[in-house]
Design a protein around this ligand. Structure first.
Ligand SMILES: Cc1cc2nc3c(=O)[nH]c(=O)nc-3n(C[C@H](O)[C@H](O)[C@H](O)COP(=O)(O)O)c2cc1C
Length: 191
């Protein structure tokens, strides 16, 4: 079993990634593999609304001039999905939004490849707006017939500079609990 975690931050290895890694560490303890993909340094443009994905049905986006198609097979082959984003102006990063729009359209055009797979949002925030970002990601899971995994608090970690989130004990605990819950659900679904 494998979980794919996407970090939508423009800053690779920052607070969002630290939170994601905390979830993945718990998955690992439960024998579940994970793969983290950084969007930083990649180009993921916004959806052009060409609707070609719904006529071609080839599990790809027709926009072949950026990095999305390289990521799509990782998303669709995962048993579980984590979408992580920093809070930018009380919402998700533009890269994560573009990935959500385009991978969501391709998913829906191909008979809901992600149907009934567990999904979890992870959000880093300095001060405010994290709930909105968290909700934005959860909209992806619900429209794609996925199952949202919960934790002991909403999946948010607090910090501004790279590494600050390490001091947010409750945030890290929330991620650990999330990892354990996701592992539990994945094992139930596999039976
Ligand atoms: C463009 C931009 C917008 C931001 N907007 C917010 C915001 O609305 N609320 C907030 O609390 N922090 C905001 N922040 C701070 C980041 O959410 C915070 O530093 C976060 O830990 C970054 O995660 P990262 O290290 O994974 O990039 C913003 C940062 C940037 C670069």
């Amino acid at each position: 079993m494998k979980v794919v975690a996407i970090n939508g931050s423009a800053r690779a290895g920052g607070n969002t990634r630290i939170l994601i890694d905390r979830v993945c560490a718990e998955l690992g303890k439960e024998g579940i593999d994970s793969e983290a993909i950084e969007l930083a340094g990649k180009t993921i443009r916004g959806c052009r609304a060409c609707r070609k994905c719904s006529s071609r049905k080839d599990e790809r986006c027709s926009m072949g001039d950026d990095d999305l198609n390289e990521i799509l097979p990782h998303i669709y082959s995962a048993d579980g999905l984590i979408l992580g984003s920093p809070t930018y102006f009380a919402d998700i990063s533009p890269e994560m939004k573009a990935l959500i729009d385009r991978s969501g359209m391709v998913n829906r055009s191909n008979d809901h490849l992600l149907k009934r797979r567990p999904g979890a949002a992870v959000v880093a925030v300095r001060r405010a707006g994290a709930m909105h970002a968290f909700d934005s990601i959860n909209h992806y899971f619900t429209i794609n017939q996925m199952i949202i995994v919960g934790s002991t608090y909403w999946n948010i970690g607090i910090g501004r500079d790279k590494g600050d989130v390490e001091a947010d004990e409750e945030g890290l605990q929330t991620m650990a609990d999330l990892g354990r819950n996701m592992a539990w659900l994945l094992k139930k679904l596999a039976n």
